[in-house]
Design a protein around this ligand. Structure first.
Ligand SMILES: [Zn+2]
Length: 167
């Protein structure tokens, strides 16, 4: 019941991912309809229900445009799990403030990069310039396209692709 289900707005815009339990609740309460099944059936004592992969809300929900959440996981994903100073892909990447916080650097997309422990330690409390370290590319906020937002689910839910592309 914990598989991800793609939630579309009434206009088919992908807006969220919820789990099967919540998706079924929305369908049974008449708030959403099944768009794509593809996962078999859920059987209860009284009835069986198609197990949803994609649902669509019956009423349009107004909401601000989605953006990528500023988390360590999302910073690493944006930087393709690669140290932005030396280009190595190591298992234990850290997050580096390009301009350190104590020098007024802010906790924002364009001041945060993935860094390997060696580079992070070498840089210490200095700016990249002071440490004479160059970034592979300038960090910036990732695109807020549905494809970028939901792409981590795609390898297990390929059927979502046509519903995500273009938003
Ligand atoms: Zn490095």
């Amino acid at each position: 019941m914990h598989e991800p289900v793609l939630v579309l707005n009434a206009n088919f815009e992908p807006i969220n991912v919820c789990n099967t339990r919540r998706a079924l609740g929305l369908i049974l309460n008449g708030k959403a309809s099944l768009v794509l099944n593809g996962r078999g059936e859920i059987c209860t004592v009284r009835a069986s229900f198609p197990k949803p992969s994609i649902i669509r809300l019956d009423k349009m929900v107004r909401r601000p445009r989605l953006s990528v959440r500023l988390t360590k996981r999302e910073i690493l994903r944006r930087d393709e799990y690669t140290c932005q100073y030396c280009g190595k892909t190591v298992p234990y990447l850290t997050i580096d403030h390009v301009i350190p916080r104590r020098l007024g650097g802010r906790h924002v997309w364009d001041n945060l990069v993935a860094a390997c422990p060696t580079c992070n330690h070498h840089k210490g409390g200095r700016t990249a310039d002071q440490a004479q370290m160059r970034l592979l590319r300038l960090p910036k906020e990732p695109p807020s396209s549905a494809l970028y937002l939901f792409s981590r689910h795609l390898h297990e839910n390929e059927e979502w692709l046509p519903f995500i592309q273009g938003w």
